[in-house]
Design a protein around this ligand. Sequence first.
Ligand code: DGL
Length: 246
Amino acid sequence: MKVGVFDSGIGGLTVVKSLLEHQLFEEIIYFGDTARVPYGIKDKNTIIRYAIEAVEFFKNFELDMIIVACNTVSAYALQEMRESASCPVIGVVEAGVLATSNALNDKESNILILGTKATINSKAYETGLNSLGFDNLQAKATGLFVPLVEEEIYSGEILEAAFKHYFSNITHPNAVILGCTHFPLISEALTNHFGDDTLLIHSGDAIVEYLEREFTFTNKYESPELKFFASENPEALRDIAKKWLP
Ligand code: DGL
């Protein structure tokens, strides 16, 4: 199995980490559109155009599947990507909705959705969760977390100030959807903030859960071949990958 993983930048590496931990693929080809990140402040048509260009890039490889490791793209461009790709295209939003629903027994659970401005405006998570009977939802666009993570700021004063800014009106959630693939990098700080009793939903783990349910994986690949591509400064992406990946 050969998979293409696409994100606007480096955030999708958190999804690659989950894929590696579960040894699902023989070859992983990562493409980060680092020249044009962030997508989360762009409009729908631009996000769709960039996403279709990513599909075109992946046509250079014979892929069995494309994983959209970006919530923003998954929220806006999945349909268009599926129309131009010749292999299945799997997004993190649907997987995240299902993982949340599977993890929570109580439909009254208070769920906080975090994401980029575009993801939150799309209401993609709300729509999915509502259809499964979850109505006690709060949503917050927390785009500042993206550059903080890119600056490798995972804790400390600046992040605390951002938490204060974003979360002062939030009621204590039972679960937080990390609706941006950058956000798992600040999981520890979020758990410190909300407490151990708040469950965090991670796009990478959600996609693994989804894949293992929807597809049959007969082999495990201990050391898959990894190839990293970026639209700008691929060396920087490879350096981050070395730091973040097992
Ligand atoms: N990693 C992207 C996501 O999951 C967000 C970063 C961006 O704004 O491009 O939505």
